[in-house]
Write a new protein. Structure first.
Length: 450
């Protein structure tokens, strides 16, 4: 079987399809791919193989290996079976126009971890899987950027799970704001050890009663900034002592340390320093507001709104794929940057205290309910509830989509998806039926570009 060298795999695919290829016809292409998400954007040689199967296009993609290429060239083109080849060499067998299972990558954080379903950056890349084997998501998207992502292959919205620790303080996220990045959270679990009554929280904006005691917002901002600066002083004193512990134990200065270890180190600090940390943290936090959260609640984070998800509150998050933030404060050492952004953030931050949004009903039938979670300038998210035994026809929209199950089990395009499992919906896809075959309600979230 011949391997075609090309600069544009999708162009080669379209030319092959235009020849009205017969059933079981196949195409193997070799191309250089720029890994734009890695330092220096290094090139990697990739091998993509396509085959027609019952009127649909199957494919796989992997790093080019000389031994693999040699084996491929020895195979008879007329007798080639891509499914057998993938099974033999541990490669995923995928369909160009069907939902593709997203396999996440976990990223450790000081407060817990993030689970990325569509992460494409230096810190980690997510995968596409057929349930047995997998290929990195950016490699898969490079095979057919137009067909799979409508040209947005470098700007796929980030779908992830925020999984904070259940420990108070140590599981609280950064108090931060964004100038460009838009976020929406959907609460999927609240740790009962952390929140016995089942209601968690997000630190969200500022306390209106405290704000009302000030004659001007400028004075409020100034006092809040001063309180953060006082806390930052004690925070850095403690972090410097902890860094000495890290060095003695040969722990890298920018690697997360388990919470139980940090707690033990904190208890060994002088009592006066412990009390000062508690006091100054309380003085800083009294300016802010805690918004109560229950499972199923939706939090839309406006631009410039300071926010910090609290410990033990697990959420699904959709966000624009932009890495930018301004950190106002954090009750641990910030590992990804050596400074806080408090002065800049305080100058621009919103002082409003919004509540939870009302969700508009888009479609309702005896078998399902579709509501709008959020509509941003760059993406939209819907929540679909399916009753037992019912189905919903996902439309062919011409743009890629992301679907994640937040409750129950569904069947979609040959995939059985459990809670917190997700798929990429290709841009050029057929209408696909989503089915609830269980005896319980199913809830899924669906996102697409605006």
């Amino acid at each position: 079987m011949d391997i075609l060298r090309t600069k544009n795999p999708e162009h080669a695919l379209e030319k092959w399809l235009a020849k009205s290829a017969s059933p079981w016809d196949s195409l193997a292409i070799h191309y250089a791919y720029e890994q734009y998400y890695l330092p220096g954007s290094p090139l990697i040689e990739l091998l993509a193989i396509f085959q027609q199967l019952e009127g649909r296009i199957t494919f796989t993609v992997t790093a080019l290996d000389e031994q693999l290429a040699d084996q491929l060239t020895l195979l008879d083109h007329d007798c080639f079976d891509l499914g057998d080849f993938c099974a033999a060499y541990g490669l995923p067998l995928l369909f160009l126009d069907r939902p593709m299972r997203l396999e996440p990558v976990a990223i450790d954080k000081p407060w817990g971890r993030e689970i990325w379903f569509t992460g494409i950056e230096q810190r980690g890349q997510s995968y596409i899987s057929d349930g047995v084997a997998r290929s990195p998501l950016p490699w898969v998207l490079s095979v057919g950027p137009r067909r799979l992502a409508a040209g947005a292959e470098r700007h796929i919205n980030l779908l992830k799970i925020l999984d904070p620790l259940a420990e108070e303080v140590y599981g609280d996220l950064y108090f931060e704001l964004h100038e460009e990045k838009r976020e929406v959270y959907v609460v999927t679990h609240i740790d009962r050890d952390a929140w016995p009554e089942g209601k968690g929280a997000i630190r969200f904006g500022f306390d209106p009663e405290v704000r009302a005691t000030y004659s001007s917002d400028d004075d409020f901002r100034a006092d809040f900034l001063a309180a953060v600066k006082r806390y930052e002083t004690v925070r850095r004193e403690i972090d410097d002592l902890f860094d000495q512990r890290r060095e003695a134990l040969d722990i890298d200065a920018n690697v997360p340390v388990p919470a139980r270890c940090l707690q033990a180190w904190f208890r060994e600090l002088p009592e006066q320093l412990q009390q000062r940390e508690h006091q100054l943290r309380d003085e800083m936090n009294r300016f802010t507001a805690l918004l109560p959260l229950s499972v199923g609640n939706v939090v839309k984070v406006p631009l410039l709104m300071p926010h910090a998800l609290q410990h033990g509150v697990r959420t699904v998050e959709f966000q624009t794929p932009v890495y930018e933030r301004r950190i106002l404060s954090f009750a641990q050492k910030v590992l990804t940057q050596g400074h806080w952004d408090t002065e800049q953030a305080v100058a621009m931050m919103s002082l409003e205290t919004p509540g939870l949004p009302e969700l508009a009903i888009l479609e309702e039938s005896p078998g399902y309910l579709l509501v709008e979670v959020v509509t941003f300038d760059d993406f939209r998210v819907w929540r679909l509830t399916l009753l037992p035994g019912s189905g919903y026809l996902l439309p062919a929209t011409g743009c890629y989509g992301l679907l994640v199950v937040v409750e129950g089990v569904v069947v979609l395009g040959g995939h059985h998806l459990l809670m917190e499992e997700a798929v990429l919906l290709p841009a050029e896809r057929l209408e696909t039926l989503l089915i609830n075959q269980s005896t319980e309600d199913v809830v899924v979230l669906i996102a697409r570009p605006a």
